[in-house]
Design a protein around this ligand. Structure first.
Ligand SMILES: [Cu+2]
Length: 313
């Protein structure tokens, strides 16, 4: 059955995913078995008891108590069993172990932010140690989102004004894709967070310094990655097309009119302020909807954005 499971389901990256798949495939198997049994018997009886002549006999069967008890009680026992099996799996997925690493997750249009116990914050990307339980405590700043990790077989709505939870324990180092499964708005499908499952040593290093790319890549590339991965590109194009926010193309050095009627020149300080305090100066003709990125970007990432915008002439 393994080939069938691999064909039907995503890769398994936790013990829970294996339990879940085993149950799922068992239910598929059980359903297939009863389908074949019942459909097969129907076909067999249709042929066997076909009335072969116009004056052939007509059976007068009203009921058969033993048979009816058998086909009621056996399925009843099976479904009660399935209930407890499923309930056990549900509790497993719901109640996180006490020693789990707790990460706060916030969904907002159109990105995920994460906050570690030590206060470090990241956007659309977390690193977690392998074989350690990770407990996500989630809420939303705007609409309902849904935090979905197919490789772990967990999915949970993220609701404004309320906390929901889910947890996982990744049992191999690597990478997990997160989706937002709430398709009732324009860009939920682009809320693609990444979970990097690291060896304990690599994880400790990441906690300290940020990833290698952020530390060593040329600033312009760091900025481009911020634009791609931190939600900027949902609102800011780089080709001059106006979106929910102004395009970044050719704005460096320009004088721009604000909604208070005063013009400002776009320089490094202005860009920095736009990210940290987006409502301080609102560009004329736009709504003040940009979220703040204060505490969310490392210093090198802020410099990177400035260099990136500079390069888009
Ligand atoms: Cu969403």
């Amino acid at each position: 059955m393994n080939w069938l499971r691999d064909w039907m389901l995503p890769s398994q990256n936790s013990a829970y995913a294996r339990d879940y798949d085993f149950m799922y495939m068992s239910l598929v198997g059980l359903s297939a078995f009863f389908f074949l049994l019942i459909a097969g018997l129907c076909l067999f009886f249709v042929v066997k008891y076909k009335r072969r002549a116009n004056d052939g006999p007509t059976p007068h069967i009203t009921h058969n108590l033993t048979l009816e008890l058998v086909w009621s009680i056996i399925p009843l026992i099976i479904v009660i069993g399935i209930f407890f099996w499923g309930f056990h799996g549900y509790m497993n997925a719901t109640v996180a172990p006490g020693d789990a690493l707790e990460i706060q997750v916030t969904g907002k249009k159109w990105l995920w932010t994460f906050e570690y116990p030590d206060g470090m914050r990241t956007i659309n990307e977390i690193h977690v140690p392998v074989n350690k339980a990770v407990h996500l405590i989630m809420t939303s700043e705007d609409v309902i989102h849904s935090f979905y990790i197919p490789g772990m077989r967990i999915k949970q709505d993220v609701v404004p004004g309320r906390y929901t939870e889910e947890w996982f324990r990744a049992d191999q180092a690597g990478f997990q894709q997160v989706f937002c499964a709430e398709y009732c708005g324009k860009s939920h499908s682009q809320m693609l967070a990444k979970i990097f499952v690291d060896t304990p040593a690599k994880y400790a290093e990441w906690l300290e310094k940020g990833d290698e790319f952020t530390q060593t890549a040329p600033l312009k590339e760091v900025g481009q990655k911020v634009w791609e991965n931190r939600g900027c590109k949902e609102c800011h194009s780089i080709d001059g097309v106006k979106g929910q926010g102004p395009s970044f193309k050719g704005i460096w050095g320009k004088m721009e009119m604000m909604s208070d009627g005063k013009p400002y020149q776009i320089d490094a300080n202005y860009i920095r302020e736009s990210m940290m305090y987006p409502q301080a100066k609102v560009v004329k003709g736009f709504e003040p909807i940009m979220p703040t990125f204060q505490g969310l970007l490392r210093e090198r990432e802020i410099l990177g954005v400035i260099e990136y915008i500079k390069s888009l002439q």
